[in-house]
Design a protein around this ligand. Sequence first.
Ligand code: ADP
Ligand code: MG
Length: 701
Amino acid sequence: MAGWWDAPVTVLKSVGDRRAEQFARLHIRTVGDLLRHYPRHYEDWSHPVSIASAPFGEPCCVRATVLTAPEERRVRPGMVLYRFSAGDGASRMTVTLFNNRFLAARIRPRKTYLFYGPVTGGFTRREMASPQIEEAPETGGLPRLRPVYRQTEGLSSHVIEGCVRQALEGLEREMPADPLPEALRRKEGLCSLKDALNRIHFPEDEAALEAARRRLVYEELLVLQLGMLTLKSRARGEAGARITEGYTAEFFARLPFSPTGAQRRAIEECLEDMASGRPMSRLIQGDVGSGKTAVAAGVIHAMVRNGWQAALMAPTEILAEQHVRSLSALLGDSVRVGLLTGSLPAAQKRETLAALASGELQLAVGTHALLSEGVRFARLGLVVTDEQHRFGVEQRARLAAKGENPHLLVMSATPIPRTLALILYGDLDVSVLDELPPGRTPVATYAVGSDKRERAYGYVRRHLDQGRQAYLVCPLVEESGGEDGLPAESDLASAVRMRDELQAGPFRGYRVGLLHGKMKPAEKEQVMTAFSAGDIGLLVATTVVEVGVDVPNAVLMVIENAERFGLAQLHQLRGRVGRGKWPSTCILISDARNEEARRRLRVMCETCDGFRIADEDLKLRGPGDFFGRRQHGLPSLRIADLAGGDMTLFRRAQDAARALIDEGFRPFGPGTEEWGDDPALPLLAEQVRRLFEQVGGQGLN
Ligand code: ADP
Ligand code: MG
């Protein structure tokens, strides 16, 4: 289907090689790419506001009558200003144009215009600099929303707009087939691609824009789901390792507790996968404290007892070391475990590497160091990654490449809304640990002002006196520098100072420890071991304790400057307590007045349910942040906003994707050209391939 759509942008008037290069920076090479470069937002000229009600500094459309003729002022060679004042009966403003003789000559006193741009200046002296100006109709505004594009140096939104107009004119002559099958479009009430493109760039009104968005979002989500579902269902060949027996009775007998129903179920699901002959790709999703480690241990145990090796990758050294401790405790001498981190002494590392390559070590636990070249396994059958959100699809794949199609288990402690999980982990099967180990009571959570700090410390001392332990998480220092323009104290400095002050003051006579990210691994290990053993009563820490640290005797979590943390992080931090048989408490210290911060703290006090917190988080932070930072290696979406209300459309698109796949639609396999009767399907397949090219179609396993 060569032609207009696939033609290089240089077919457009005024686009030469230089422009083409600029377009390439926006990943726009063809006319089709340009048409898929949707506006980021729109200038609304249809509802002008009065000068007094113009939001300060934000672009808007103002309707005003010119009161004075433009006055010319040469400020320096090559710079001429034109100034005039305009008013709307209630207030007036000064408008300034720079070097724009042409526009200035068209401005007539007593005529009414629409001005588009940001209004600035003081309350009494409003100003607009270089606004766009159009003659106003008798009343109101112009019936239009003007597109604003993501631009790049030398290539303004206006230039892009002009090119898009040309591109759309070309479509009038030569419109490629629509990638959405007509029957599907009719069923879902979606407009054609041509209408959608015309309206998304130049909508007549809000309704037209909404119709265009709906169609394009649906298409994008359908393409995404088709890709995810096919990758998931694709036979990924034979699994390297196949277990014949689960050894669960043996494993459960080793455990110091009896597993929850959810843990048993999750382990069984994994064992079934690993016995099937197909490589497992499974996500264990469980809230903090739900006992994911024991599940991993059971799965590793089975793999090792069947004569294979396993690898477990964690995001931090502290966590890797802790996994070695807890897995050794759960698995005892049934599995020989080695630790592999970047900071291991060279000699020890060599030894571990040799023992992995020979097969003598059965389980490697480590950080990213596991991914390095020199790490070889004799018979790697299972790859486990903990706290998945810190690893990308690509890293999972790299570890997996060290075995022959090994089984893959991903453990995620980040509760994400279920629907979002479907997208982020669409290539994985999911087991949910929806049951906490027995005897847990929710962590009582209080938000208090700093005036209550002394009381909080007293509360902590009483618990230390009873033999319990506590965490105190240090204030996060604001990144932008301190008050008075002085450089801000670093998080580290603040942690050190805090520990010293606490030790010297309110906690004199108690054992106060310090843990922060900049410590040497050996020091960290020492502190964590001392805290685990109960030799440290109060652990002052930066957010390194956020992930995975497990000391059941710790029952208090005090968080300073709690407003500086996000909800997910607060939830993780709080998850460090409430892990043993004692009731636990979390105290959030904050003097913040800001409404959003207060709401976060309120949510924390109201619930311990990770999924509810995740939902709130999503609402508060908005999609860009939540989805953007976590999507890791998944194709990025151009227009769909899953957190902003496109979820319903997502579900519809997902159903449609399933139906298409059931009918035999295979975007990756051969034979995609054979759907002769529906011209849409090959185009759809092409789009799926393009979207997944970005992440490497092979990578998602
Ligand atoms: P997470 O899911 O956050 O990784 P962990 O695996 O660290 O949770 O487990 C949290 C704590 O609960 C650990 O101290 C662990 O020993 C304990 N635990 C796990 N499963 C059970 C169970 N079935 N009964 C009692 N305690 C359990
Ligand atoms: Mg954990």
